[in-house]
Ligand binder design. Sequence first.
Ligand SMILES: Cc1cc2nc3c(=O)[nH]c(=O)nc-3n(C[C@H](O)[C@H](O)[C@H](O)COP(=O)(O)OP(=O)(O)OC[C@H]3O[C@@H](n4cnc5c(N)ncnc54)[C@H](O)[C@@H]3O)c2cc1C
Length: 314
Amino acid sequence: MIMKDTQRHDVVVIGAGAAGLNAALILGRARRGVVVVDAGEPRNAPAAHLHGFLSRDGLPPATLLELGRAEITRYGVRLVQGRVERLDHGYSVSLAGGQVLQARRILVATGLRDELPDLPGVRERWGKDVLHCPYCHAYEVRDRPLAVLGTHPGAVHQALLLRQWSDDVVFFPHTLDLAAEDRDRLAARGLRIVEGGIERLVVEDDRLRGIELTDGRAVPSVAAFLFPRMVPHDGLLTRLGCGKDGGGLVSTDRSGRTTVAGVWAAGNVADPRAQVITAAGMGAAAAFAINTDLLDEDVDRALERRRAQAATTL
Ligand SMILES: Cc1cc2nc3c(=O)[nH]c(=O)nc-3n(C[C@H](O)[C@H](O)[C@H](O)COP(=O)(O)OP(=O)(O)OC[C@H]3O[C@@H](n4cnc5c(N)ncnc54)[C@H](O)[C@@H]3O)c2cc1C
């Protein structure tokens, strides 16, 4: 059954991660009518702690979002739990279950999906001791034996970088055909290269202990880094007709404005490299631009009314 909301909201924000919540905070404080729809699956949910966010370093990721949700509700922003299935020009926002919201502007902040290599142990340990971002999590495993799994070309840079945190970093080329130059760079940086296919991650007592190879060898390690394939949740945008850039990402200007008028994107859906603080900043930038766009429309309408009134009194 379709349940159409007759009220036209100034902005519907899709996604209540750092990007969507920070946008909603600014728009709510600007006294706009805002609804945030969220499916409740933030990308960093598997991690116990969030790092690199000024004044919030070490906080559980869920706590940051709880604080954000409490802040936006203080300014009258409505939060709806649900999944948006479709956007239509105009703009209507259709949720699973039939609810339809009307909006003057839309911000899509739906994040991305990390596609992980199909190796036993990787999925279970993801965000715990299978990690991808040295800036987020390497400090906590500094000076310990670390592994880098060569399941993506990005792993070479990741390994070179990770060496900043430990003298004991082992690179497993696994399925990667390492170029001679990359081998030289890794060796020059003091990394050990261990050849052979990876069989599984050795996990005991709820902790990663090492990497087991198909020939039975095992290399001790307290954390394994890998580079996932990051797939933006951009289907809502592309189905609406938003253009993409040469790198396959939704095209936006610096404020997050897409190629479809009235539609913005912020956070990992637009930039997979964005950290939590960057995603929040992108949300803020989008909120300022959306509010300015609404202001221009408000002024144009007021002018039209004023001119029409003047014409009738002549
Ligand atoms: C394991 C792990 C650990 C990390 N640790 C750190 C760290 O320590 N520090 C750091 O800065 N960064 C860290 N990151 C990166 C961080 O997760 C991202 O930078 C951040 O989540 C991006 O915020 P976002 O708002 O763009 O997306 P998200 O936080 O992923 O939020 C997107 C939201 O949109 C919702 N959504 C998606 N589709 C729909 C839909 N159709 N309808 C309604 N809602 C929808 C999702 O359910 C989700 O709640 C980590 C990432 C991972 C994977």
